[in-house]
Design a protein around this ligand. Structure first.
Ligand code: ZN
Length: 410
């Protein structure tokens, strides 16, 4: 039987669990050690550590303490791993807990985190998604049901001290260009809410003061939020410290490309079954700087899409130069405008794009001045026909249900 090497209790605060941490730092002690070739299970809190509840009130999303996130399980030490190696991680399976068969999607308040379309959705909202086996649907977003493309939003190895210093230096330089911006340009170290696993006392305080926040993806992987890095994937991680120190968390039942709502996917607590191996000296052998991975042999099969185009012209009509960010935003807004015609609210449409297995593509980046990004919306997730036709859209929803909104507190 596969051993569960990190266990959690959903009724207990993650802060009481020494096999959980919420910052990246090479001094965080290994929570547990395994050997190359071992497979094992790890249990994970949802990324907020239980701050969001299964109810119809978005106040918890509005008031979420983002300095606490992400709660990660680990680090798992791998015997024999040394800097310069590649850690090969097979995701053998991912699953839910019987006592927690639901997940959440939220839009953060612009004043507390924001999101990809935060100027259009400045207030906190959330939708709850029930998980029925491999499928999910939401009481807040009727008319859609789809198969989960279950994956860890966040997985990676501990950085070396040199790499950590590099992260902190370059991210601070960015924040210094506009220190009062809302939302902030990057999340800098913040010791007060750092949970450093087994580390205690002065050692903990020192590491907490410089421990990197877990929000961005970096050279070690981290919070990549790649929906296709799902069960069945094989990942090759660069190793930066002795023992590698693999940590994982932020499990998603499903997510659209871009995780555009930021809170983000269908966020869930659950477990992940992993196997680890090593390629000695693999970073140099294969010129690996960032992780590489192979996709799963199984994935939800959606073959028909409506594909929305977007270009580098912003909402005000201003021309930008090959700006992929703006082009993808326009593709998403075009899809939201389209879904609105079927009776969805704009918030429901945004929640669909954040959670369903929509694809995002950078389709062209050379045709000056416009980049072209595309948003692929699977048509088979809808319980009604969303194709355009000569009769015009049939309004499927009557507006009686919406994604709960929590107005900003002033
Ligand atoms: Zn997530």
């Amino acid at each position: 039987m596969t051993e569960t090497i990190i266990k959690i209790d959903l009724n207990e605060s993650p802060l009481t669990n020494e096999k959980i941490h919420n910052r990246w730092h090479p001094d965080i002690p290994m929570a547990v050690t395994v050997k190359p070739g071992d497979d094992f299970k790890i249990e994970c809190y949802d990324w907020t550590g239980g701050q969001i509840e299964n109810n119809d009130d978005a106040a918890d999303v509005r008031d979420v303490d983002l300095t606490q996130v992400h709660y990660l399980s680990g680090p798992v030490g791998v015997e024999g791993a040394e800097p310069g190696d590649l850690l090969v991680v097979d995701i053998l399976d991912i699953g839910t807990f019987d006592e927690s068969l639901w997940g959440f999607n939220g839009f953060f308040s612009k004043k507390n985190g924001g999101g990809f379309l935060t100027d259009h959705f400045p207030e906190a909202q959330k939708s709850i998604w029930d998980i029925n086996g491999m499928f999910t649907k939401s009481r807040h977003v009727p008319g859609v049901e789809y198969a989960g493309l279950i994956h860890p939003g966040l997985i990676g190895c501990l950085p070396s001290k040199e790499l950590l210093d590099e992260w902190n230096t370059r991210e601070k330089a960015l924040v210094d260009t506009d220190p009062t911006r809302v939302p902030e340009l990057a999340t800098l170290p913040y010791g007060d809410t750092a949970h450093m696993g087994k580390l205690q006392g002065e050692e903990k305080a020192k590491a907490a003061a410089e421990g990197a926040r877990t929000v961005p993806p970096r050279e070690h992987g981290g919070n990549c939020d790649i929906k296709d890095l799902s069960r069945g994937s094989k990942i090759y991680f660069p190793v930066y410290v002795k023992g590698a120190g693999l940590s994982v968390g932020d499990l998603h039942f499903s997510q659209g490309d871009g995780e555009i709502t930021f809170c983000g996917a269908i966020e869930m607590a659950g477990w992940i079954h992993l196997r680890v191996n090593l390629i000695k000296g693999g970073m140099e052998k294969y010129a690996i700087k960032n992780p590489i991975f192979k996709p799963s042999p199984i994935a939800p099969k959606y073959d028909d899409y409506l594909i929305f185009e977007g270009i580098s012209v912003d909402e005000g009509g201003k021309q930008h130069y090959l700006d992929v960010h703006i082009a993808y935003r326009q593709a998403c807004l075009n899809a939201i405008n389209y879904l609105e015609k079927f009776g969805y609210s704009r918030a429901q449409s945004y929640a669909i794009l954040g959670t369903a297995p929509v694809q995002g593509h950078i389709s062209g980046v050379v045709d000056i001045p416009n980049a072209c990004a595309t948003l692929w919306l699977p048509t088979d997730i809808f319980e009604f026909d969303v194709q355009p036709g000569s009769d015009g859209p049939t309004r499927y929803l009557d507006g009686s249900v919406d994604v709960p909104l929590a107005p900003d507190l002033e």
